[in-house]
Design a protein around this ligand. Structure first.
Ligand SMILES: [Zn+2]
Ligand SMILES: [Zn+2]
Length: 278
């Protein structure tokens, strides 16, 4: 039976003790993933430039806004991570870093990713509603031509809705009697930031034929989320194409745009189908 601490002093001690750790953990993920992607784009620009989805380029103020608001999101994520740890202390949720089976680790990680994809799709659809869009999601869409640094570029309200998934998910699985492997949550969080940074990188890195192959077409490409930023009315999914296909919200020219971007040849004029309307 896990030891449970519920007195306020223990909880406040936990907050003081772990505040710096969780900030490093949440900030570190963002900085590492966005920096590596930026380095790949810079070092590989000779090969990757031809795969740039939009003709429009992000401006220095876009990078600045994306970075600064991502820091705000990191703070919200840090507070949420602390709240999750406090809920663990009180016994409301259970996860542990004790011994685990590799099958359990894989199953729990995949289950969390698939559930998050559904949560994200519907939360994303909700904050696109005209009553919520301005105050919740407009900030993210200021990035018409996103960069890797837009991964966490949310308004404060959106950051809270994004961050709420982990404690909510763990609360539900604990209620169902499932004890989560802590490393599954770690892997989920790393997968989340890596896919997020890739989706905002502005350059199609997936190979030609990806969207037309039944083995890979269900996995979101960079073009998928880039079209969401340039059009704003389709492609709400985060990791997989399922929800957009089931709900009829996939961009009508998604596959066509992907084929055009990945089919370009060097030294030939580029017609960017993903060009945003001014
Ligand atoms: Zn959106
Ligand atoms: Zn985005």
């Amino acid at each position: 039976m896990a030891q449970v601490h519920t007195d306020p002093q223990t909880i406040s001690g936990l907050i003081v003790e772990h505040m710096a750790d969780v900030m490093y953990f949440d900030l570190g993920r963002y900085l590492v993933a966005a920096s590596i992607m930026t380095a790949i784009l810079w070092l590989g620009s000779r090969w990757l430039e031809i795969r740039r989805i939009q003709k429009r380029r992000a401006k220095p103020e876009d990078y600045r806004r994306e970075f600064l608001s991502s820091l705000r999101t990191v703070f919200v994520f840090g507070v949420t991570t602390l709240s999750t740890l406090a809920m663990k202390q009180t016994g409301l949720i259970r996860f542990s870093f004790d011994s685990f089976g590799w099958g359990t680790l894989a199953l729990q990680t995949v289950a969390m990713i698939i559930t998050h994809d559904a949560y994200f799709y519907w939360m994303h659809r909700a904050i696109h509603h005209k009553r919520l869009f301005r105050n919740w999601h407009l900030h993210h869409h200021k990035s018409r031509t996103p960069t890797p640094w837009a991964a966490y570029s949310f308004s404060g309200r959106e950051a809270v809705s994004e961050a709420a998934f982990v404690p909510l998910y763990l609360l539900i699985v604990t209620t169902l009697g499932i004890e989560y492997v802590g490393f599954a949550v770690f892997l989920f969080l790393w997968h989340m930031i890596i896919r997020n940074v890739i989706g905002h990188c502005g350059v199609e890195i997936y190979p030609r034929g990806w969207v037309d192959n039944p083995l890979t077409g269900w996995w979101n490409t960079v073009t998928h989320h880039d079209l969401h930023h340039s059009s704003g009315t389709s492609n709400f999914g985060l990791y997989f194409t399922w929800w957009d296909r089931w709900m009829g919200t996939e961009h009508p020219r998604y596959r066509e745009t992907f084929r055009e971007v990945t089919g370009r040849e060097r030294d030939k004029p580029v017609e960017a189908l993903g060009e945003p309307a001014e």
